[in-house]
Design a protein around this ligand. Structure first.
Ligand code: NI
Length: 389
């Protein structure tokens, strides 16, 4: 399969460069969607599904081979980021301040490559394959939009596989992880309310600033002292707002941040501990508090059985040594988690994109390596051929 995918490297690279040159932000992927539809329409046996989508494209390929009539969805995201590109590449972004800095141009090109392989090999698999070109992943909005548009129904999806490039693995390899793979993402805003005062006479007020300082330090004690040390959790305070002069103590200070972890039950536990701790500290300083805690994206939990089948298919096409089991999960998050809530038989895999000098994702000099394109396409296409027979 890798050889077949390698024959498509020029097609996938050309496609990626086009997408890279014309990146679009989340929920604005009109031109990207039009381009993807046009590419799919040129392929035999690819049906573009008519779903009520703002942006994004869903297509289906029906197999003609014997075997079970199962339905597998393959997902690639297609949106770009608000970053001014500084790569100097010939296909550098033509849109000021917008760039494919997370490699979604690569993911979309891979899925178009998969579409070409599978549409020409329909007699080799049974059932159907849905191709999900998902918008607005960066805003954790697109998966919900696609699900609400009915992408998982008619026919009902049994299994789902998603791809994302990562520098944890070298080009040519993929990384897999069974179980809780990516973290849930919650966000919180805390308001500490006191009584404003002249900076020279703090005793005449109630100091929201000092109280906030104590809260920021103490909150780190939740993960380090109150959560089992073998759990994976992080609490980060990222923004603070309060006061507007060097000599006035403000009546109110606000700070906000995020909590990430890999254990669904811990989310509420951490929230409650934060509320207790902030409330206690505020009371100690004669202030009051308000915690707004928003339970956001759940974690991506990779199904063990799907991971094993994907590993098997990947070994057949890439060779044993190029399929690695990742030693640890990630603290980042993905709205792919939402598909898994409806279709538990699913997983995301990391496509190795690390060259000799890997560049971090979400930076102005990142570029998805073309050499990783056939690897991603081979893994996805061979997963279909191996599991739909
Ligand atoms: Ni991404």
């Amino acid at each position: 399969m890798l050889q077949e995918a390698c024959r498509l490297i020029d097609y996938m690279a050309k496609t990626r460069h086009h997408l890279h040159r014309y990146p679009e932000l989340s929920r604005n992927e009109q031109e990207t969607s039009r381009f993807i539809r046009q590419e799919l329409a040129a392929m035999d046996g690819v049906e573009i599904l008519n779903l009520p989508l703002e942006t994004g494209v869903v297509a289906m390929i029906r197999g003609q081979g014997p075997g079970p009539s199962k339905v597998t969805a393959l997902r690639a995201d297609i949106d770009a980021l608000p970053i001014q590109e500084q790569t100097g590449l010939p296909y550098q972004s033509a849109h000021a301040g917008i760039m494919h800095a997370c490699g979604h141009d690569g993911h979309a090109a891979i899925l178009l490559g998969v579409a070409r392989i599978l549409s020409s090999q329909r007699f080799k698999f049974s059932g159907a394959v849905k191709l999900l070109f998902q918008p607005a992943e960066e805003q954790l909005w697109g998966a919900r939009h696609m699900i609400e548009a009915g992408v998982l129904e008619n026919p009902r999806v049994d299994t789902i596989v998603g791809v994302h490039g990562g520098i944890e693995a070298e080009i040519g390899k993929i990384g897999l992880y069974a179980g809780p793979f990516m973290a849930s993402t919650d966000r919180f805003t805390v308001k500490i309310k006191g009584v404003g005062a002249h900076a020279a006479y703090p005793h005449r007020g109630k100091d929201a600033m000092l109280t906030t300082g104590h809260c920021i330090v103490a909150l780190q004690g939740i993960v380090s002292r109150e959560i089992d040390a073998v759990e994976k959790a992080v609490l980060s305070i990222c923004k603070i707002n309060g006061g507007n002069a060097f000599n006035i103590l403000p009546a109110e200070v606000e700070f906000c941040g995020t909590v990430r972890n890999h254990n669904e039950e811990l989310r509420k536990v951490i929230r409650d501990k934060m509320d207790r701790m902030i409330g206690g500290i505020a009371a100690a300083h004669d202030c009051t508090h308000q915690l707004d805690y928003v339970f956001g994206m759940p974690g991506v939990v990779n199904n063990k059985d799907t991971v094993e089948k994907l590993a098997e298919a990947a070994r057949l096409s890439l060779g044993e040594s190029n399929v690695t089991m990742l030693s640890k999960p990630l603290m980042g998050s993905e709205d792919f988690a939402l598909y898994l809530q409806s279709v538990p038989q699913g997983c995301m895999f990391r496509l190795g994109i690390a060259g000799p000098n890997p560049v971090q994702l979400h930076t102005a000099t990142f570029d998805f390596p073309d050499d990783a394109l056939p690897v991603g396409a081979a893994v996805m296409a061979s997963f279909i051929l191996e599991t739909h027979k």
